[in-house]
Design a protein around this ligand. Structure first.
Ligand code: HEC
Ligand code: HEC
Length: 298
């Protein structure tokens, strides 16, 4: 028999996924404050992740809200640019506001930067288009389009008023011991216990009656392609450890991890990332200067 909590979560989650309002993470009652640093010097000690309500009356309100919607409902709103059955926020948890859930919070401050994968300077629009082509298995957006400008406006709003060289002291996670040896057989068993209920027996995820994404697919033709960061074992493992299984947690707020050990996460990640998924034609141009990460797929 399924745990009653499961039935509850199953009832609530799709509703929340459909309503942008619910995608605010239900964290502790007092909003968390973070230090902002330039080099190592604290220039502000009380940064708070802005809430959707704070956009009201902003001079750029319409564009910021549009950007937030596009990131949340990318597949539905941008079908020509999205090949996968995924939304940006399928991976960027809680509208990119969640620590360790691939947050967007520092994005506007930290680009342009040189990326080893591209072997050149990458600005934020290029970075977003990288996720369109790989994580969404789709096509880049025109940089001057209203849609790209809206996404950029949303990300800029998250760190509004901070100096360009600053960094919000957000623990974005992403680190896992790469000497752990993956065991995909064990990963397959853990997947059946911890993940199948939402992501399906064949990693296909699920959609609602209108065809909108409810649980995003983890592999197959409708998932991210082999060029995505999530296709790499250790990157995926850190994400799993810190965010999945969603809605189950031992400490902290909803979906903040604390269930899988590092070894569990590495085993499951090895299993699911290596299932069949779309290829990425642009892969031949990656890491032109070498320094390929250990878990690169090609
Ligand atoms: C399959 C999961 C997935 C999807 C879907 C996805 N991304 Fe990402 N995204 C990632 C990962 C993983 C990273 C890299 C984080 C890292 O380097 O540790 C990333 C990085 C980024 C960054 C850089 C953040 C930073 O601070 O360096 C931006 C911006 C971004 N994605 C935007 C988007 C947008 C916009 C979309 C939708 C068009 C999208 N992503 C879809 C997984 C995803
Ligand atoms: C209770 C449902 C639930 C369970 C159980 C669950 N997930 Fe998820 N998962 C989600 C949801 C929902 C999202 C999309 C994020 C969002 O909408 O906030 C997601 C997103 C993901 C993503 C990024 C998007 C993608 O499609 O690649 C990965 C990877 C992932 N889950 C892997 C796992 C793994 C592995 C497990 C088991 C350890 C697991 N999940 C268990 C609900 C669940």
């Amino acid at each position: 028999m399924k745990h009653p909590l499961f039935a509850l979560v199953r009832g609530i989650l799709p509703v929340c996924l459909a309503l942008a309002a619910c995608s605010e993470t239900p964290t502790a009652a007092t909003p968390q404050q973070f230090a902002v640093k330039v080099a190592k010097e604290v220039v502000k000690s009380d940064y708070q992740v802005p809430s959707v309500a704070d956009v009201k009356g902003h001079s750029n309100e319409e564009l910021i809200r549009y950007g937030g919607r596009l990131l949340n409902e990318t597949k539905r709103l941008l079908p020509n640019n999205v090949g996968a059955s995924m939304n940006c926020n399928s991976c960027h948890i809680a509208n990119g506001k969640e620590q360790k859930g691939a947050p967007y919070v520092n994005a506007n401050l930290t680009y342009p930067q040189k990326m080893p994968r591209a072997g050149k300077m990458v600005d934020l629009a290029m970075r977003i288009n990288g996720c369109f082509q790989r994580s969404m298995n789709g096509k880049p957006l025109d940089v001057n389009s209203k849609e790209m400008q809206a996404m950029l406006a949303y990300m800029a709003w998250l760190s509004e008023g901070l100096p360009k060289k600053a960094k919000i002291d957000f623990d974005a996670g992403g680190k896992i011991d790469e000497s752990l040896v993956p065991n995909p057989e064990r990963g397959k068993l853990l997947y059946a216990q911890q993940c199948v209920s939402c992501h399906g027996d064949n990693g296909q995820g699920s959609k609602d009656a209108r065809g909108n994404v409810v649980f995003p697919p983890l592999w197959g033709e409708e998932s991210f392609n082999i060029g995505a960061g999530m296709a790499r074992t250790y990157k995926a493992a850190a994400f799993l450890r810190d965010n999945m299984p969603m809605s189950v947690q031992k400490n902290g707020a909803w979906g903040q991890g604390g269930v899988l050990s590092d070894q569990d996460a590495v085993d499951i990640a090895e299993y699911f990332t290596h299932q069949p998924r779309p290829d990425f034609a642009g892969k031949v141009k990656d890491w032109p200067e070498g320094n390929k990460p250990k878990d690169a797929r090609y």
